[in-house]
Design a protein. Sequence first.
Length: 763
Amino acid sequence: MKYNLPAILLKGLITLPDQEIKLEINNKYSKKTIETSRREYSGKVLVVCPKNYKEEEPDVSDLPKVGVVAEVISSVKLPNGNDRVVLKGIKRVAAIKYFNSKKSRDVLLSKVEDIELPKLNQKEKEASKRKLTTLLRKYIKSNPSISNSILAQISHVSNLDTLTDMIATFMPLSFSKKLDLMQEINSNKRAKILIEDIMVELEIIALENKIDEDLKKELDNQQKEFILKEKIKFIKKELGEKSGKEVEIDEILSELDNKDYPENIKSRIIKETKKYEMVSEISPESSMIKNYIDTLLNLPWNKSTQDEKDIKEVEKKLNSTHYGLSDIKKRIVEFLYLKKINPDINTPILCLVGPPGVGKSTFASSIASALNRKFIKISVGGLNDSSELLGHRKTYVGSAPGKIINAYAKCESNNPLILIDEVDKMVKDYKGDPASTLLDILDINQNKNFVDNYLEEPFDLSKTFFILTANNIYNIPPELRDRLEIIELNSYTEFDKENIAKKHILPRLYDLYKINKNDITINNKELRMIINSYTKEPGVRDLERILDTLYRKVIINETKKPIIITDKLINKYLGKPEYEQLIFSNWKVGCVNCLACTYGGGEVLPVEMCFVNSASPSITGLLGESMKESIYVINSYVSSNLDTFKINEEDFKRPMHIHFLDGSTPKDGSSAGLSAVTVMLSLLKNKVVPRNVAMTGEMTLSGNVLKIGMLKEKLIAAYNAKIKKVYIPKANEADLDDIPDIIKNKMEIKLVSDYIEIYNDLF
């Protein structure tokens, strides 16, 4: 039977039937192929591997005539923009031809045909199977690096086809060899190839064993040298001279007597010291034992810092380093107040959530300083190996404690403030699940007896003040988010940035460059001009960099004092403004502002729509599945209410193109429904929606407006973009209590529960 399947090219990676592989896809062609497979071909895809896998763009004629049909088990979008895809091979098929899809030139299709397997002699098949199984057992027994779990897997396999594919999957074969095995249809021939390869491997192992024997003879000679050295040590001992190791042991025992260690740790150090004394200095185990003893000695088992008890002093320190952030400051003060009442109260586990640059990490450092605690930062962004947190077993060469225990060793205190940064960017894969490991570390009921794999002894984490940071609360694993006390740090308004610049950034610059603040001054008007025209961020990192650039150039080039920074000086040293005051300058029919939230905080995203002459409507702007579905919903909503909106049916049937700016930024979520309806009605009714109007919210087919998240971030973005009127879901009315008064006073915020309210107001 012949049929079509999308084809995906895996360079240098062979897929066999019944084999499951994990891929991380970063090119648009492969992503499009996987999407097409899941959408139109029930998740089936033809996996082929070009013979010359170094060729960047192989010709279709060079593609193999045999491939493997695979099923897409799962496809997950990663924070870095790549797709993690799991494929499972099903069967070999013949690839008759390859051609591009008519729907998308980016997708390569193939016409394939099921292969009729050759009929083999049953006795010959059985003989091949027995020989292959016998050699495999011998190979696994001879090679300790190969797991014998494969034997359990193949013990119930009676089919020679399946057996050869399973063995070929784990055997250390070359790329070309595996490619030949994949393209070989005759299972008996595949068995003979594998038998030959295993026999070659057995011969290699025999040669390696011979080499080991030769090395052993050399080591025997070295042993003689060792005995002579030991005799010399004995002579020195008789003469009253101590060896280097004996001096080290004396120092270890002296430190045990002079410092405070728990009894179980003292016993463990003494036990390890005795072992160290017995081991030869030239043995690799000697350094491993010594490193372990040093780790136990250097950890602050009973060493703490004294917390600052003056609450007013703590408040003063926090206010001196950071502007605003009232929620987290109040929480710290509450903790100190309750700590006075009950010294044994559990330390809170806080998670600061907010866009980049709003001061999450620096404020955590300021908290540590204000509380008089040691501070250390651990970054877990991109972490996918649990062992980096839990440590490695000390039996391995080069093993060491995990990041957590290392943090205590560095700060020399058992009650530090540890910042665990970027918990929303941890990765879960075959290496482990760091989020689950963090649960044990942060759980106040369990972390009193935290055991690092390397340490093998319980260490008390309960005195530690853990603060976590994240950019997006929804990317924090749910099981971890449930244990955290979330505190949101929102974007700064124009006036927040102005105050931060005057109270914190500029004083630091005056101090850094050793200048008097009266020698170089900048007025509020010029400062706001820099904020609005040269920065576009939720935090103040760019603002700090730009002010530093400006002051540095003014100090070097302007010698006449005092200097007042004017618009002319700003343009001279910073160049032309990078950002316009208004988001979208070419405003006309079919334009609406949508409020959304991205990685960098709140954004005002213009939405455009126009009539086109193509056969079908278009949706662009790098949209995710949720936003695409929103477009389908609003299309049906408008279609069912043509009379209400007084729209001609013929106009509605004309193909339209909707585009969300900017096209290079991926977008997804449930905030675009209202703006999508409005931009469509603006086009169909030929009515311009005011450029200072914006909206956010999702809606149903019947027009009901649904609640959204991150309202504060969106309204701050609207305020910074000079938006005067905003439509938000009525279900978010309670969230307005968290909105700064300056925003509510300067901007008209309209609560709507049905889209018809927006229609009546704008049209």
